[in-house]
Design a binder for this molecule. Structure first.
Ligand SMILES: [Zn+2]
Length: 486
């Protein structure tokens, strides 16, 4: 059924709410009686459904009303008051089913109990749930698929076979998309039409993983965390903190995205690539730490690919190097960021907005995607939260090193919602080495000598961070008996 067709069906269903009989919802015959899928009822009413294939009870919720259903029972509770249906609620192969009469008897209660303001749109106009965004991120132990929709939507895990895992989005009216992943675990994620629904297919490259589905609100989204199959040996290795071995350095911007622009034409993308190369040389030669670059030439790399690359490489740290811009040319100094859900101040928010603006360039470069509030998308992404402490420690060490050796204003260590840091499954920071929009800093940033100074300062910070890291790794590797003897 097309999106329009579905909308039509919903119109019929919702306009006849006063004499509601559940017309329009497909029925399933069970024990010779017509049943309707509870998830479809919830979807058509835009109510929240809490039910799992294994649970004894299911709940439909609006702001004022809770309907409690019990498997194999004909009695349901509406805000605690019993009502008896003409047949029991059933759960068939993990799918919750209600007698068709349930729709007519309980549906109007739920519509009436819906929040004010929402109710008229529900009864008068069809509510069509559409796809807002489908995104995939790879982490060392799992891959996360996020399906963002225009309104909350019921889902059902269909099967987890050896080749793929499937989740049905009940009544998703639009959207089809294929995301290539190829992270050594998942080959691709496909969103396809399946009758009136959307079907998410997570296709494995090799061995299947286990999937955990959860729903989040504001914005409404379904989060599928697919865990890699665990090899016993690999698991032990991960629990042991080893010495710091590899850093991914990320020179900001590149290609058609020039980044900030100086008054005489100095481009951020060029300065930061040069500085990044200088840091690389120092780290590899003097620290014995391997460095991988997200780009080593003047070409465009999407923000998502930068952290996906770091995750694939199993990097220990992710360091993004940028230069700043400000509409007031006098603004100067260095600042270092790590990711947070709340920006430290409104200036920090502006820097994040500026750097995140590149996502627009990515979209015009061929990624069809809905209007996404990128900053918000990051704030909601909790992947970085487990590295919050380490990221702040790394930011402080590197920032101190820079402000102590460079004669430059200290703008401090700050937190903001940077898209490029959001997907990193490791401590991650973003350094703004100076303002290309400040004529004096632009002049200095053009000099080889000054670029070397910056690179040495960043290197010294990384070296100090590595010393502390390795010390902790050694302490953790000590046999327990020695620790106890102290
Ligand atoms: Zn930048």
């Amino acid at each position: 059924m097309s999106a329009r067709g579905l909308a039509g069906a919903l119109t019929v269903l919702l306009l006849s709410a006063t004499s509601w009989g559940g017309a329009g919802l497909p029925t399933i015959t069970h024990d010779g009686r017509p049943y309707v899928e509870l998830a479809r009822v919830a979807a058509s009413l835009q109510t929240r459904l809490d039910a799992t294939p294994a649970s004894t009870r299911a709940h439909l919720r609006t702001r004022d009303t809770v309907v409690t259903l019990t498997r194999n029972w004909a009695q349901v509770l509406i805000n605690g008051k019993p009502m008896v249906l003409d047949a029991p609620v059933r759960v068939k192969r993990g799918v919750w089913l209600v007698p068709q009469s349930f729709v007519g008897r309980v549906g109007p209660t739920l519509v009436a109990g819906a929040p004010a303001g929402a109710a008229p749109s529900r009864v008068g106009a069809p509510v069509e749930v559409s796809l807002e965004d489908l995104r995939v991120r790879s982490y060392p132990s799992f891959t996360r698929v996020v399906v963002e929709t225009s309104a909350s939507i019921a889902h059902r895990v269909e099967s987890s076979g050896p080749k793929e895992a499937r989740v049905r989005l009940i009544g998703l009216g639009s959207g089809a998309q294929v995301e290539e992943v190829r992270d050594g675990f998942i080959a691709e994620v496909r969103l396809e039409r399946a009758g009136p629904d959307g079907l998410v297919r997570v296709v494995f490259e090799g061995a299947a993983g286990t999937m955990r589905a959860s729903t989040l609100t504001d914005p409404p989204r379904l989060v599928l965390d697919v865990a890699r199959p665990v090899e016993p040996a690999a698991r032990e290795g991960r629990e042991q903190l080893g010495p710091l071995k590899m850093i991914v350095l990320d020179a900001g911007h590149g290609g058609h995205d020039s980044g900030a622009l100086g008054p005489t034409g100095l481009m951020e993308k060029d300065v930061v690539l040069d500085v990044t190369r200088r840091v690389t040389k120092l780290v590899e030669e003097r620290l014995g730490v391997k460095v991988r670059l997200t780009r080593d030439a003047d070409h465009f790399v999407t923000l998502r690919d930068r952290t996906s690359f770091a995750n694939r490489e199993r990097a220990d740290l992710f360091v993004s190097i940028h230069a700043n811009a400000h509409r007031e040319s006098a603004t100067d100094g260095v600042e270092t960021y790590f990711l947070s859900s709340e920006a430290t101040d409104s200036a920090a928010r502006q820097v994040a907005a500026l750097e995140n603006g590149v996502v627009q360039l990515e979209q015009s470069a061929g990624r069809p995607s809905g209007q996404v509030d990128i900053v918000k998308a990051i704030l909601w992404d909790l992947a970085q939260s487990e590295f919050h402490m380490e990221s702040s420690r790394l930011a402080e060490v590197v920032h101190d090193s820079m402000t102590q050796t460079l004669r430059i204003s200290n703008r401090g260590v700050k937190q903001a919602g940077f898209y490029v840091l959001g997907g990193a499954a490791m401590p991650a920071i973003l350094i703004e080495i100076g303002f290309v929009t400040n004529p004096r800093e632009e002049r200095r940033l053009k000099e080889t000598k000054y670029r070397d100074e910056i690179a040495r300062a960043i290197f010294a910070g990384l070296a100090e961070y590595k010393r502390a890291w390795d010390q902790r790794a050694r302490a953790a590797a000590e046999p327990p008996s020695m620790t106890r003897a102290r």
